[in-house]
Design a binder for this molecule. Structure first.
Ligand SMILES: [Mn+2]
Length: 240
């Protein structure tokens, strides 16, 4: 008998100006490619809704998007901080807590990785202009995001390194913020050559991986992007 596909909840972006709940199609394509069934989630979900979804779905992808309000990590809004969505911040933090409680696999991309870190008590740089770096890597790359622009070094023995079977990846980069201190319960699994944290994962070995790059846009060119989505879908399929 053919097994049903894992159902993966995909968080949406709010386009407040146009009144839209939207998501770049690349996320859906990546999840479909690796055999999962993506389900786009609403922008507004109560705690009870999040608890129900965490029971009913097999995993969650926290997608990229605008900045997270600095109050969530105990800071004032600084120059360089950009647009944010109140509905999305609130819903994603609720959903993350519920999904972790149910031990569901989580893949978090760009903003998603920052959200995971903030949810667990870590913080972020509100703008990379605040960071003194030995090498001015263009984390907002000046060309198509489907082409890699910088490398990352993976932490030996990390879940990410074991999944990908590599120690160094070429990745794309479309962020002006980044994780500053990894939250308790997380460990750093990738660094850029300028020391910026590019991936984190759960220290307890559960499938919680946040990447600062956009693997959904590298599906065609980078085997590591396909491997990451496949590993995520497999874990969603095999988690009770
Ligand atoms: Mn980067």
């Amino acid at each position: 008998m053919r097994r049903s596909k894992p159902r993966i909840g995909l968080t949406a972006s709010e386009n407040a100006a146009a009144g839209l709940c939207q998501i770049p199609a690349a996320y859906q394509r990546a999840l479909l490619f690796c055999g999962a069934l993506p389900l786009l989630l609403p922008l507004e979900l109560s705690r009870a809704d999040c608890a129900q979804l965490s029971r009913d779905l097999d995993g969650f992808l926290f997608s990229g998007g605008p900045d997270i309000h600095p109050f969530y990590f105990g800071e004032e809004t600084l120059e360089g901080c950009a647009d944010q969505s109140q509905a999305r911040d609130r819903t994603e933090l609720r959903l993350f807590a519920a999904a972790r409680q149910k031990k569901k696999p989580i893949l978090a991309v760009c903003r998603g990785a920052q959200l995971v870190n903030i949810a667990l008590g870590g913080d972020i740089w509100q703008d990379l202009g605040f960071v003194s770096r030995p090498l001015p890597i263009a984390h907002r790359q000046p060309f198509s995001p489907s082409r890699p622009s910088h490398h990352v070094s993976l932490t030996d023995g990390s879940l990410l390194a074991r999944i990908l079977g590599e120690t160094r990846l070429a990745v794309n980069s479309a962020h002006h913020q980044a994780i500053r201190r990894a939250a308790p319960g997380l460990r750093v699994s990738a660094l850029a050559p300028d020391g910026i944290i590019e991936a984190v994962e759960a220290a307890d070995g559960s499938f919680l991986i946040g990447v600062q790059w956009h693997p959904e846009l590298l599906l065609d060119s980078q085997p590591h992007a396909r491997r990451l989505f496949r590993a995520f879908a497999d874990r969603c399929q095999n988690t009770p």
